[in-house]
Design a binder for this molecule. Structure first.
Ligand code: HEM
Length: 299
């Protein structure tokens, strides 16, 4: 067996052991996983995230100064004066807000139409679908933050953890609301009562995302444990140690695909790999992974 193939065999042997269930890792295992990388986001996904984030910030900065109903206005007087100073007139600020809104909606529609399978269905599957491990994650995360529960004993998570999914749900519902209410307000579609309802819903939807964005940015960009996730929104990749500890179910899914790929490719080259023979039926691979409850007991 060549050096490369024997190294691959060793890698797969370690995967097989780890596929039996999330467990405490030795220093050597941590070192090996930390040196491997997994693809998390593609270029198109990263671009969409940042176009969406920048559009949101521009919309919120202008929208806060544009709010006309006094009972909804939350921005201080100095901020509104500053924004008036930047744009010169309210009408110019409103036109800028509408232009960014149209650009944002057009980008989302473009992805929705041309990337329906890759982005919309993938987002629904990985970001918006809640399972019982997600429900258990919230109390477990509180214990974990207090230092009372280690990562490998947490309910295993998919590509996104339950906290991220909760935020993604808020973003999804608010986005749909804004796509409907924005044009009604901008182009005065319908009776005044419809426009008034649209204004209220537009405000509520924006505020739900705005409230969560502080936690999202803190958890995504500033919280040290999640630093690999932050860089994945730039490079598209995470190291396997982070994936194994924080997103065990997703790590398992990727391993399953990876082993199936190796199996096919090696077969073509007529290479026999003892460890891959272990995966008698690659489709059953996923069932090798076990789930744990909050106390660490197997379920
Ligand atoms: C400076 C601002 C922002 C930063 C630093 C940031 C960072 C990130 C990162 C690092 C991820 C990837 C998480 C992972 O792969 O585990 C992510 C995902 C995501 N971001 Fe942002 N983001 C920002 C603004 C926003 C805004 C404004 C929105 C929506 C209005 C948003 C919506 C999302 C959604 C829906 C996801 C996917 C699921 C999730 O992690 O919640 N982000 N963000």
């Amino acid at each position: 067996m060549g050096k490369g193939v024997s190294k691959l065999n060793e890698d797969i042997a370690l995967d097989h052991d780890l596929l039996k269930g999330a467990r405490h890792l030795s220093f050597e295992e941590k070192r090996i996983l930390a040196n491997r990388v997994m693809k998390k986001h593609g270029v198109a996904g990263v671009t969409l995230h940042w176009v969406n984030a920048i559009s949101w910030f521009l919309l919120i900065f202008t929208g806060a100064a544009l709010l006309s109903a006094s009972y909804l206005r939350f921005a201080p007087e100095w901020y509104i004066n500053m924004m008036d100073g930047i744009f010169g007139t309210r009408s110019a600020m409103l036109h800028f807000h509408i232009a960014i809104g149209v650009f944002w909606v057009s980008t989302l529609l473009l992805y929705g139409v041309f990337g329906y399978k890759n982005y919309v269905l993938d987002f629904i599957k990985h970001d918006l679908t809640i399972d019982k491990d997600d429900i258990k994650w919230f109390p477990a995360k509180a214990l974990n933050l207090m230092g009372k529960l280690s990562h490998h004993k947490m309910p295993p998570q998919g590509e996104y953890n339950a906290g991220q999914k909760a935020y993604a749900l808020v973003v999804a519902f608010s986005t749909i609301t804004l796509i409907i209410t924005g044009p009604i307000m901008a182009f005065h579609i319908g009776q005044p009562v419809i426009i008034q309802w649209a204004m209220m819903l537009h405000f509520v939807a924006t505020m739900s995302v705005f409230a969560g964005v502080f936690v999202h940015v803190y958890m995504a960009a500033l919280f040290p444990e999640e630093r690999p996730a932050f860089f994945s929104m730039i490079t598209g990749k995470v190291n396997e140690l982070y994936a194994y500890l924080h997103h065990y179910k997703w790590w398992r899914e990727v391993k399953n695909d990876e082993h199936a790929f190796f199996s096919e490719e090696l077969k073509k080259d007529g290479i026999h790999l003892p460890e891959l023979e272990e995966c008698k039926n690659i489709k059953d691979h996923l069932s090798k992974g076990k789930n744990f409850d909050i106390s660490g007991d197997e379920i």
